[in-house]
Design a protein around this ligand. Structure first.
Ligand SMILES: [Zn+2]
Ligand SMILES: [Zn+2]
Length: 172
């Protein structure tokens, strides 16, 4: 089988940094193992990719795609926490720990798409990932927006939470 790589044509302009990092996060997302969505995350520090992760089950445990079943559907609750996969953001942080890479003051690029139609998922990390991202010392999370990239400062999440500690109850 021939390998498939991104096609970059001669006439294409040189991607800017955000496009460059997001396109890598998109490629990483393609390794995701859930049946519903694909997510990929990279952590960039001082303009260097120090960690990456995709949405996938705990190492050595079965994947949604192998089982052809996602427990999220089995319990009939659209809560992402019922899926057996570890979220891409968490896996990027975990993989940094495995490699002993510092991610303090880093920036996370997060890309997500729906499997049924390859449409980009616009949104920010879930509440559990947000907490882990804050504690990992990541200062900014960049996600694709409708027109341009959206940037979330993690200190803002902390401030928001102080203002309304129960706001996340309504968050998915
Ligand atoms: Zn799943
Ligand atoms: Zn999450």
């Amino acid at each position: 089988m021939a390998i498939k790589l991104l096609n970059h044509k001669k006439e294409d302009k040189r991607p800017d940094k955000e496009e460059y990092y997001m396109s890598i996060a998109k490629q990483i997302a393609q390794r995701s193992t859930c049946l519903k969505r694909k997510y990929g995350a990279i952590i960039v520090k001082e303009d260097n990719i120090v960690a990456a992760g995709y949405m996938g089950s705990a190492r050595g445990t079965p994947n949604c795609i192998d089982l052809n079943k996602c427990s999220q559907n089995e319990v009939n609750k659209p809560e992402p926490y019922y899926c057996r996969a570890v979220h891409a953001e968490l896996n990027a942080i975990i993989n940094a720990a495995r490699a002993g890479a510092s991610i303090l003051n880093g920036t996370m690029y997060l890309y997500g798409e729906r499997i049924k139609d390859n449409k980009i998922v616009f949104g920010k990390p879930c509440k559990l990932c947000k907490r882990a991202i804050v504690n990992a010392g990541i200062i900014e999370v960049i996600v694709p927006g409708e027109k341009t990239f959206k940037r979330y400062r993690t200190e803002f999440w902390v401030k928001e939470s102080k203002k309304d500690p129960f706001a996340e109850l309504n968050e998915r």
